[in-house]
Design a protein around this ligand. Structure first.
Ligand code: 5HY
Length: 246
């Protein structure tokens, strides 16, 4: 099976880090294709960037659907464009935020999330409520590191994340940690060993969940909210994002 992993921002080094994390957990026989849109924000930090990234995400989903991929992963912790992508796609679509929350709730009674900047917290809290998992999350914390600082090797970002992990264990009674950014995907294993608790990376969690859905022969329901888009002619030059006209 081929799984398309879409990094909604346009930073190629982050897409490569995501591809490596996804490939590391993919089963034999699963081919990971990691892409990012050609146009859009280089990093997604808050509602505005998130909204601007959606057309590019839908274009990549449409391309994947047209070549018959088995499933899709949205590799931004805000689950950028998740509902629109599920509307467009027949194959299952899993966001790394939703995947990480579900996996964390399978291994711990209570988890905390550690994301990048404070401005990212409200969207994550909103998703936890929408997914019905807010009561399992002690707190969404920010390490106050910009997304692209995670691309630097200086380790300062990692130090700030580690301080938040210890604070979460002490103050939130966290029994597991969810890493709140795809750019942290390469840190999960080492942090889990070092801090002696499950540390969940959403990229890995989402890939294994898509594989499970495909193996269960489950695809996105086309009844109700995720029914395929209604064909309509769009106003304006570029046509509908992810639509046949574009
Ligand atoms: C992410 N931003 O996973 C989110 C994390 C965040 O560009 N990739 C991004 O800070 O919301």
């Amino acid at each position: 099976m081929e799984i398309l992993v879409v990094n909604p921002n346009t930073t190629a080094s982050m897409t490569e880090k995501i591809r490596i994390a996804a490939s590391a957990v993919a089963s034999a026989g699963t081919r990971i294709t990691a892409v990012n849109p050609a146009a859009g924000p280089p990093s997604i930090e808050g509602y505005y960037d998130d909204a601007l990234a959606v057309p590019g995400v839908l274009e990549e989903i449409r391309r994947g659907e047209s070549r018959g991929v088995a499933g899709h992963v949205l590799a931004c912790f805000d689950d950028t464009g998740l509902d629109a992508a599920r509307t467009l796609a027949r194959a299952p679509v899993v966001g790394i935020g939703e995947a990480a929350f579900h996996v964390a709730s399978l291994v711990a009674g209570r988890f905390s999330v550690i994301t990048t900047l404070g401005r990212a917290i409200p969207a994550i809290e909103g998703n936890l409520i929408r997914y019905g998992l807010a009561t399992r999350c002690g707190r969404v914390r920010a390490a106050e590191v910009p997304v692209l600082a995670l691309e630097e090797e200086d380790g300062e970002a990692r130090g700030r994340i580690e301080a938040e992990i210890e604070a979460a264990k002490r103050e939130d009674r966290a029994e597991a940690i969810v890493l709140g950014c795809a750019g942290m995907a390469d840190l999960a294993e080492a942090l889990s060993k070092r801090h002696a608790l499950p540390v969940i990376d959403g990229v890995a969690a989402a890939v294994t969940l898509v594989e499970s859905l495909v193996r269960l022969n489950l695809a996105t329901s086309k009844l109700g909210g995720y029914a395929s888009p209604i064909a309509k002619s769009w106003t304006g030059a570029t046509g509908r994002p992810g639509g046949p006209e574009s």
